[in-house]
Ligand binder design. Structure first.
Ligand code: SAM
Length: 224
């Protein structure tokens, strides 16, 4: 029976790839990739020739049974990667891991890049206990979630896209209060990495004046 290996890939700097990641990518039977062009470029830079299969949020349900069968009957291993970071973290992965485990297929997850860990640790906010919220709901349930999270005593970590950051910070000021400490980590592991730290009111004012670009993680202190 084959096995499934989840391989984290760099968020920015290519040097964040691990030796184990390279080894698993080089020796896999096939590599499931969220965007085969993005992964193709990475593999080209690493001088790896792997057979790529497109696997993303729009086909992951449809492909599941066929993939589990293919992995189960393979003699080697399949790799799952996302565009950047760790598969399964706000990216496809969970469904396949669950289905493989249910079919008795061994699943291995390599440690490696993921955006929320450096954002949390660099925030200077307590990181002994935290809640990872991924992306907030866009509409339905958003207000309820904000209200619930405002009561959370652990540090709260969100993923956010640049064009929604200003609106989200504005809402956080409303629900969490203007004084709550927070941090916005941008472009982690890239040339223009930044970390803005301050109260929610300060961050909201700053990003309203300076519309953000790039990828970002928002970290908010828990209720004291
Ligand atoms: N699987 C990824 C991980 O392990 O972090 C997350 C994928 S999710 C689709 C993309 C979100 O992750 C972005 O919207 C942003 O919030 C965050 N992200 C990814 N790369 C980042 C980076 N270099 N700097 C800051 N945030 C990043």
């Amino acid at each position: 029976m084959g096995r499934l290996v989840l391989v984290p890939t760099p968020l920015g700097n290519l040097e964040d790839i691990t030796l184990r990641a390279i080894k698993e990518l080089k020796s896999c039977d096939f590599c499931l990739a969220e965007d085969t062009r993005t992964t193709g470029k990475l593999l080209h830079l690493l001088n790896i020739d792997a057979s790529l299969v497109s696997y993303h949020m729009h086909n992951e349900h449809k492909m599941l049974d066929r993939l589990v069968e293919r992995i189960a009957t393979s003699a080697g291993h399949a790799v799952l990667v996302s565009d950047a970071g760790t598969p399964g973290i706000s990216d496809p992965g969970f469904l396949l891991v669950r289905a493989c485990l249910a079919a008795g297929i061994s699943v291995e997850v390599l440690p490696g890049p993921t955006a929320f860990v450096p954002a949390l640790v660099a925030s200077g906010l307590p990181c002994d206990r935290f809640v990872f919220e991924g992306f907030l709901p866009l509409k339905k349930g958003r207000q309820t979630r904000m209200k619930e999270l405002a009561e959370e005593v652990r540090t709260v970590v969100f993923y956010e896209s640049p064009h929604k950051l200003t609106k989200t910070l504005h809402e956080l000021v409303t629900y969490f209060g203007p004084e709550r400490k927070a941090s916005v980590a941008r472009e982690i592991s890239k040339l223009h990495e930044t970390h803005h730290r301050g109260s929610l009111a300060e961050l909201s004012a700053y990003f309203s004046e300076n519309p953000p670009r790039g990828e970002m993680v928002v970290v908010v202190s828990g209720r004291s």
